[in-house]
Ligand binder design. Structure first.
Ligand SMILES: [Zn+2]
Ligand SMILES: [Zn+2]
Length: 290
């Protein structure tokens, strides 16, 4: 099912930041799995730091996801030293923080939270729930690759290509599945452990335009001190105004913006004021047969 932007970006609130925003342009209408057109602003190729707050068991999967997403033409990713406590996984302005932890029996395998200011992504977090990855069902390289790939994909503004767990794998980590390896025979034979061509095509559309500005922490070369484009907050601890809602408390994630096939919220949007929103993508664990 083609999916177009679910929300219109309000232009009324853009005036104060007009200078910063430059040539704002909405994502193209042909986009099929962009979420609300949200994207990192860019004036050249993005170099998005993925803060490594994961344990050694996750490091190879984070590295693979970084290499995979760097194949997107206008996005490079770099695994960077993480300084966050994995339990809270607090965000860093201008980066994506990736964390794993025993978050408990929350029902979710992974969560990606994406902060936007007037539609432009400014920071993101990815949480991988070891409570489930320690279980027989999910403690496989395929599940780890699939989930970390998908959650990082959300932090670039991608939604899912498909949300049916039972149909044939599309060969994309942005496609729900019960068998990310494609080896069990339940979802065809394609692997959903990596992005596919359609994901890169989608990113090409989302990032086709140039904004005329870019967070300096997303530039290829970041000096010893981070830039001060937006009130000196880049690279610093999260602004209290951008504090992250607790993932265990779904109500704190804001309104349900999309539900899955079982009627569970899968995307939540919380308004923080000042043009800032947090969009949270929740990947629920499913009962699996063995
Ligand atoms: Zn833009
Ligand atoms: Zn997802």
């Amino acid at each position: 099912m083609p999916r177009f932007h679910r929300r219109r970006l309000s232009v009324a609130g853009l005036a104060p930041l007009a200078g910063l925003l430059g040539s704002f342009a909405a994502a193209p209408a042909s986009a099929t799995h962009s979420w609300a057109g949200m994207h990192w602003a860019r004036s050249s190729t993005l170099a998005i730091r993925l803060g490594d707050n994961v344990t050694t068991v996750w490091d190879p999967y984070l590295a693979t996801a970084s290499i995979d997403w760097t194949k997107a033409i206008r996005i490079d990713t770099l695994v960077a030293l993480g300084t966050r406590s994995p339990s809270s996984c607090s965000p860093t302005y201008g980066r994506v923080e990736v964390c794993n932890y025993n978050y408990g029996v929350t029902g979710w395998l992974g969560i990606a939270s994406v902060w936007t200011q007037y539609g432009h992504i400014v920071q993101g977090t990815v949480k991988l729930n070891d409570t489930y990855f320690a279980s027989l069902s999910y403690n496989t390289p395929a599940w780890r690759r699939y989930v970390v790939c998908q959650e990082i994909g959300h932090t670039f503004g991608l939604d899912h290509q498909d949300e049916n767990h039972s149909n044939l794998n599309l060969g994309s980590c942005m496609d729900y599945t019960s068998d990310p390896s494609g080896l069990k025979g339940t979802n065809g034979t394609k692997s959903n452990e990596h992005p596919n061509a359609h994901d890169y095509d989608e990113l090409n559309l989302i990032y086709a335009h140039v904004d005329g500005w870019q967070l300096s922490s997303t530039r290829a070369s970041v000096g010893a001190t981070f830039g001060n484009l937006l009130a000196g907050r880049e690279g610093a601890s999260a602004d209290p105004a951008l504090a992250q809602p607790g993932p265990a408390d779904l109500k704190s994630l804001g309104r349900v913006a999309a539900v899955d096939s079982k009627g569970r919220g899968r995307v939540f949007v919380r308004q923080l004021g000042g043009g800032t929103e947090v969009t949270t993508f929740v990947l629920w664990a499913e009962p699996l047969d063995h």
